[in-house]
Design a protein around this ligand. Sequence first.
Ligand code: ZN
Length: 280
Amino acid sequence: MRIGNLSDRLTVFTESGAVDVQKASHGRFGPDPQSVYGRWDEFVEWAGQGIGTADASAFAREDLGAPAPRPTQVFGIGANYRAHADEARLETPEFPVVFTKFPTSITGPVGDVVLSGPKVDWEAELVVVIGRLARNVATEDAWGHVAGLTVGQDLSDRTEQMKNQMPQWSLGKSFPGFSPMGPWLVTPDELADPDDLQISCTVNGTQMQFASTSALLFSVPALIAELSAKLPLLPGDVIFTGTPGGVGATRKPPVYLKAGDELVTTVEGVGELRQRFVAA
Ligand code: ZN
């Protein structure tokens, strides 16, 4: 199943087009895309009985919003691919490196992003949305707590990120528009192997990152186990799982996003994001 946010309304995306959940469920489920995660089991059961597609309609990509627009908690994971840890001269972490992206930075899959400065960088990421409360979850049970997967960009202002002697990651990754997500949420059962998805991004058509999520140092289940041992993961919470090698800051010479650039980010079997950058 593919669910998401079309003009701020909870929507199921079928072969026939977009189906508005409030209308299709005769009001049983409301229009708010974020609220569905609090009733995930009930929603999956309802959807599993077959969603009528008589009212399915065409839609414009520009009208898609983030599939989880207002999570209570957003987790970012640093240095979670060997190649990126190497290029950033970071040791392979023994435990997940965790930061947050503040929720006001979340936007939909297509649109303009205002550059916060001269050193804004891309980070293609697989993003997980939690569907069932997770607390002290074992690795082998972790996928059962996932509502689905989506594509994300952990856009990062490297000046802001690194300007202190002790770097702090969250603010430089939380400018408005710096957490695009979408185009929709794909439930894990739709994917042949949700632990092995190709992830990539291009800038103006040139490939900058390419990897498989099977190379994650801490896999999706391992992250859920580690995080849920410390605190509860709530339905609708979001995990940005880390970026592969190939970011701009560690290139020689470094490459950063500039006004007019188009960034396209893809996860196999899920979809793509498309951001255009504009000057402040
Ligand atoms: Zn990242």
